[in-house]
Design a binder for this molecule. Structure first.
Ligand SMILES: *Cc1c(COP(=O)(O)O)cnc(C)c1O
Length: 436
């Protein structure tokens, strides 16, 4: 939490960052959420700029004194205005597609701020990245390096690349879909194959091996998997340097966890930093970090209205105007999100909180104890700033929600709500049949 400030009335202490209930009303920074719902409607994502700033500074300060750069993983939250908040703090970006590159440049980042990750880059995306002058392309297969060499050769440039090593360590994550650094995953170069790739790159004239990195997965709460993985990364770095490559960067990826449930602990940033700093110092290289979730998850809520209460088959249901098309994490990962009534309500119920979509996977919570809300009340689905809007879809032909940025005592629409026309605009043109 940030410094305690006084609200306009000068009486009620309100923190300047994050979510807090004041006089029975949940606020984002110093903005009451009902004011946002009244102005922008629901469902809407709300992001606290001050929370993002706090998380960035916390992590950045933990690495003070050693050369490092934080590259925000754009896939967690790619809103242009969120990207601009991070850019103004000095962040770079980690991207995984040409679309994310386009967004990053649109947000004002330059190519030199960009690290391009991802297991399946197309020739077009590689060309786009080279045109933008990205700092590094993280490569994940020998075949990919050959394609990068070819595209760079056609352009007459030398492509700066880094090898993503799969250190093949055991990673404890809450869902198997968010593990990436274990044996048998599609990600990275298996550690036993790294030396062969390092040797092979020496023969390619249009690529330059500038770094080695890894990304172990998501929701990693302590430094244990890094303790196992870093020595493997360091030995790959030593091999590449000995082979004569101009290595300048060591990338430890992202994956820092955030607490979603009340009993969960925040990531131990100091322990993480201690372990990573020691390894980085041993190499003398510039350290790159790629956090996504840590920087933005807690900054966000999904603001939704209760449409109906329903009692069926001995259960209570709260039906909301947001659904899995807006926030898919519970359906996809069985993820937990805290849910709060925005305005204090007396009494509690135990209910399933469900969306309007025709899928039984369309729920936000099962058998959750909640305030006794009624139709028209507002709920805040917490910790929704990461992998929320970026995974939203138009399933059931639902326009995607609005996005709102809060900064202290003011708020602004950071992404307009999609309109019905947006749903059909790309299909309107009459069919132009072509002969087979
Ligand atoms: C997804 C991803 C990240 C960010 O992961 P978080 O868990 O959001 O921190 C970082 N690097 C790479 C390569 C990724 O794919």
């Amino acid at each position: 939490m940030g410094p305690v400030l006084l609200s306009a009335e000068g009486k009620v202490p309100v923190t300047s960052a994050g979510y807090e209930t004041v006089d029975g009303v949940l606020h984002a920074d110093r903005v009451p959420l009902p004011a946002i719902a009244a102005a922008v409607g629901t469902p809407s994502y709300v992001y606290s700029a001050n929370t993002i700033r706090e998380r960035f500074r916390r992590l950045d300060e933990a690495f003070a004194g050693i050369p490092h750069h934080i590259h925000f993983a754009v896939k967690a939250n790619s809103n242009l205005h969120v990207l601009r908040v991070l850019r103004s703090l000095g962040a770079g970006v980690d991207i995984v597609s040409g679309g994310e590159l386009y967004r990053a440049l649109e947000a004002g980042f330059s190519g030199g701020d960009v690290v391009f990750s991802g297991v399946g880059k197309t020739v077009e995306e590689i060309a786009q990245a080279l045109d933008a002058g990205v700092q590094l392309i993280n490569v994940e297969s020998e075949a990919e390096v050959v394609v990068i060499d070819m595209v760079a050769g056609q352009k007459g440039v030398k492509a700066p690349i880094a090898i993503r090593v799969n250190p093949e360590v055991t990673v404890e994550t809450p869902h198997e879909y968010i593990k990436t650094g274990e044996k048998g995953q599609k990600f990275g170069i298996p550690r036993d194959d790294v030396s062969r790739l390092v040797d092979c790159i020496l023969d390619l004239p249009n690529v330059e091996l500038r770094g080695l990195g890894m990304h172990l997965g998501s929701q990693i709460g302590n430094a244990d998997p890094l303790r196992d993985a870093l020595p493997r990364l360091l030995s790959a770095i030593a091999y590449a340097r000995q082979a004569g490559h101009p290595i300048a960067f060591m990338d430890v990826g992202g994956g820092l966890s955030v607490p979603y449930e009340a009993h969960e602990m925040p990531a131990d940033i100091d322990d993480y930093a201690r372990v990573v700093r020691a390894a980085a110092q041993e190499t003398g290289l510039t350290l790159l970090l790629e956090p996504g979730r840590y920087l933005v998850a807690e900054s966000g809520v999904l603001l939704t209205s209760v449409l109906y209460r329903k009692h069926a088959a001995g259960k209570d249901f709260v039906v909301t105007d947001a659904g899995m098309s807006d926030l898919i994490r519970p359906a996809l990962y069985h993820a937990y999100h805290g849910i709060e009534a925005v305005t204090a309500t007396s009494g509690t119920i135990t209910a399933d909180v469900v969306g309007p979509i025709c899928e039984s996977g369309d729920f936000f919570a099962k058998a959750r104890t909640l305030p006794d809300v009624k139709a028209g009340d507002l709920l805040a689905v917490r910790t929704a700033g990461a992998y929320g809007f970026t995974m939203a879809s138009n399933y059931n032909s639902r326009p995607r929600p609005a996005e709102v940025l809060v900064d202290g005592d003011q708020f602004a629409i950071a992404g307009a709500r999609e309109q019905l026309d947006d749903l059909v605009r790309l299909e309107r043109a009459p069919l132009q049949w072509r002969p087979a």
